[in-house]
Design a protein around this ligand. Structure first.
Ligand SMILES: *Cc1c(COP(=O)(O)O)cnc(C)c1O
Length: 409
């Protein structure tokens, strides 16, 4: 029998192809070229291509309104501000997410309060949310992590009971669904990012969707230096800023949106198939498909790794080996958000965060386990591969297992 060698040690890669992202053709190139020739690159009035994309996206999501802006972080902060929070209000967030979900809360002079995630979906745990509520709590930001719907029925029920606003962080979840509704369209507002890694992208960009006219009007004003509909050019009603998106980004998004549904269904199909393959591997367990979602966007395909079945190989080493085998993958967040220096040291400059706030003793055990031991991510563009690609991802894991178990025993 031929001796096997890890790609990390110079052996052949299990996955012999690369996975392109973003995906585009002459339609995008021509549309952008036309705008370049027109000279109308920006759009200070937010009409033209900016407004048409907003209309297309709100129709796609089934909401009345959409306001685009420079990125997903700003979308989240403007949505939170438009929900009426005041300095010192508490906002419940998960600690297993990108920094922006929590940092924008501080940028709005509010206090992020971390509630743990569910062990089998990595989404905000409704029981933990309920425990985190205090008289100061005004809102929560559930993240549809990896593109899997949160338990929205339970979270919305808690929100109604305690009179909390719900801002969905749908930055992983463009086109995903929960019980037939588009993710982002269920709470008071939903926010998306169009940064280059996201499932719908224009390099950078963001958008807020809502059915609430007051939230819409305020976000619309805040992203355009406090201008209001029908007002004069140099008439500024609200403390906003210039967070406008360009026509170049908007037209690109209009074309990319036409591709989204097919891509989402393909990722979803591949995700279900990969689940069936990885379930059979000792020491690997895919996250559960929970909470009645009909469509998972697989911005990330996440599986849980058990090192005891891999000769106690640490997760970080395993993840390096897997990436070297050609699977576009990563160990994910190295630590829970509350462990980041910005929170531990409260490096928060002029933001007005109350003195009592202290993150040094926060501990969310499920998130700690996910970060330090369990979670491995496969990136969304790899989930646009073929059935055979999914089989090669499973084979790469099995190869690593064979080698590390034989070598060291
Ligand atoms: C990407 C992302 C954001 C922020 O979006 P940007 O466009 O990078 O500002 C917020 N939340 C989550 C979960 C994200 O993945």
């Amino acid at each position: 029998m031929k001796e096997e060698k890890l790609a990390l040690s110079g052996g052949p890669k299990t996955v012999g192809r690369s996975f392109p992202w973003p995906i585009f053709d002459e339609a995008e190139v021509n549309a952008v070229a036309e705008i370049i020739r027109s000279g109308e690159w920006g759009n200070p009035n937010c009409d033209g291509y900016v407004a048409s994309f907003e209309k297309e996206f709100s129709e796609f999501c089934g909401t009345k309104y959409a306001v685009s802006c420079v990125n997903g972080s700003v979308a989240l902060r403007l949505a939170l501000m438009a929900c009426g929070v005041r300095p010192g209000d508490e906002v419940i967030v998960p600690p297993y997410t990108f920094i922006a979900t929590a940092s924008i809360v501080m940028e709005a002079n509010c206090v992020p309060v971390f509630a743990d995630i569910e062990p089998d979906t990595y989404n905000l745990d409704p029981a933990a949310v309920e425990k985190a509520i205090t008289p100061r709590t005004k809102a929560m930001i559930p993240v549809h992590f990896a593109g899997q719907a949160c338990n929205m029925d339970a979270l919305m029920a808690i929100a109604r009971k305690h009179n909390l606003k719900v801002i969905e962080d749908a930055c992983h979840a463009h086109g995903g669904e929960y019980k037939g509704k588009k993710l982002g369209s269920i709470g008071d507002a939903g926010c998306f990012s169009f940064q280059s890694s996201k499932n719908l992208t224009s390099g950078e960009g963001g958008i807020v969707i809502t059915n609430n006219k007051e939230i819409f009007d305020l976000v619309n004003s805040l992203r355009n230096v406090g201008r209001v509909e029908g007002g004069q050019w140099y008439e500024h009603h609200n403390l906003g800023c210039n967070y406008r998106i360009t026509q170049l980004q908007s037209v690109l998004l209009s074309h990319q949106l036409k591709r989204l549904d097919e891509q989402t269904h393909l990722r979803n199909k591949n995700g279900l198939y990969l689940n069936s393959l990885l379930e059979k591997i000792d020491g690997i367990s895919p996250l559960k498909r929970g909470h009645g979602e009909t469509l998972h966007t697989y911005h990330l395909y996440i599986f849980r790794y058990d090192k005891s079945k891999f000769n106690n190989l640490p997760k970080s080493e395993f993840a390096k080996m897997l990436a070297a085998e050609g699977v576009p993958s990563f160990m994910g967040y190295p630590e829970p958000l509350y462990r980041q220096p910005v929170f531990q040291k409260k490096n928060i400059f002029c933001y007005a965060i109350p003195e009592y706030v202290d993150y040094t003793n926060v501990c969310c055990p499920v998130t700690e386990k996910a970060c330090y031991e369990e979670a491995v991510w496969i990136m969304q563009h790899a989930m646009l591969g073929t059935k055979e690609d999914m089989e090669s991802f499973a084979e790469a894991i099995l190869k690593i297992q064979r080698i590390v178990c034989n070598q060291l025993t």
